[in-house]
Design a protein around this ligand. Sequence first.
Ligand code: NDP
Ligand code: 2IT
Length: 446
Amino acid sequence: MSDYINNILAHVKAKNPSEPEFHQAVEEVTNSLETVLEKHPEYRASKILERMVEPERVVMFRVPWTDDQGEIHINRGFRIQMNSAIGPYKGGLRFHPSVTLGILKFLAFEQVFKNSLTSLPMGGGKGGSDFDPKGKSDGEVMKFCQSFMTELFRHIGPDVDVPAGDIGVGGREIGFLFGQYKRLTREFSGVLTGKGINWGGSLVRPEATGYGVVYFAEEMLRTRNESFDGRTVAVSGFGNVAWGAVEKVTQLGGKVVTLSGPDGFVYDKDGIKGEKIHFMLEMRASARDQVKDFADKFKVEFHAAKRPWGVKADVALPCATQNELDVEDAKELIKNGCKCVCEGANMPTTLDAVKMLQDAGVLYSPGKASNAGGVATSGLEMSQNSMRLPWPKEEVDQRLHQIMKNIHRTCLETAAKYGTPGNYLRGANIAGFLKVADAMIDQGLV
Ligand code: NDP
Ligand code: 2IT
């Protein structure tokens, strides 16, 4: 069987050269599936895995726009429609200079399993552009978003493909994108999620990913009779996910002592709370893209060009980006007695580091399980849009909380059923896979 899996991986690498993140995501999932494929020969006979690693469709397009000085720029836009077996394609848009086809394929692949775990009817997709929002004016961002949507609109729709935010795409960008979609189609619909609250958005969507991460981590800690109360927490990133996570940890009595950015990390021994949490939003909106601003404002330590994982913390929540926690970082965390690493970002921990954490008995959860609260709440936004009826905050938050508890339970039950109790990664991959695989079989050769 491992020959079969190795062959698939070799094939993916040969067919998709220079897409290392996509290879990594496929390797991580396929490594979990050996027992399932042995127990269920029908998946192999139907070539389910071979189909899953090939996107149903990839759209790649030119995005021309002019800056405030009138100079013309050309960026590249993408939408990966990975798998629609259990619902319309669903997943975020990322605007960051590091965006490539391979990065978006890794994210779209992860999204398929994540969306399956939410228990809501959503397929997997991802898109974005190599556009760099750093230092751009509102007007420039608007012109870029309008040009991006002028091509994307023909490939999406409320029952076809529903994009949302990711790195570099927040409420402002979703607004510009939605406005242009509406103009082009003359349709006011739930084609995007993360919308403003006055025009079809859902309460709690901005906080949902970070809240969900912390709800999930709370369940993990509970398995060891622990909680956030009085615990020290290291967070990376300072964007949307980090913000929601810091707020929820603080509400639960934990103390967040770090944030990070591309320039380094800040260490705040008193804990990030109150006004400091609000300042995270200002930092993000400033388009300066540096966390040093936080250290300057609140007179706390700033460590240039370093990651926060050397700090003593009971819980680590990586919330910035892929591959931001490697073996050296894992060693530091273990040495300092970290009990739980719960991923907010997508694939922030390298494969070797995951193994090291698991071997050391650290509770570890992959992003596709623990950060699923964002897309789950996007799913709740879609439900509200379909009903044309907004839910109160408490209702959305309660549903989000319940979904995160259910995903946690599903991961543990599935891991135990397939012989690796306590292994959240295995549990998430297997449970996410089974639902999509069965739907693909039901729908014939598609
Ligand atoms: P934001 O744009 O709000 O924040 C992203 C943060 O990560 C910023 O601090 C950013 O700084 C940093 N970052 C991004 N790329 C890099 C890089 N290459 N090197 C160092 N730092 C980097 O994005 P989100 O908070 O929305 O997303 C954070 C993570 O969470 C991503 O992995 C995303 O895929 C994931 N996620 C997001 C969800 C959502 O609903 N928004 C849902 C589930 C997962 P900078 O931009 O300057 O590099
Ligand atoms: O990675 C993710 O799950 C997201 N960026 C959120 C996707 C969504 O459709 O809400």
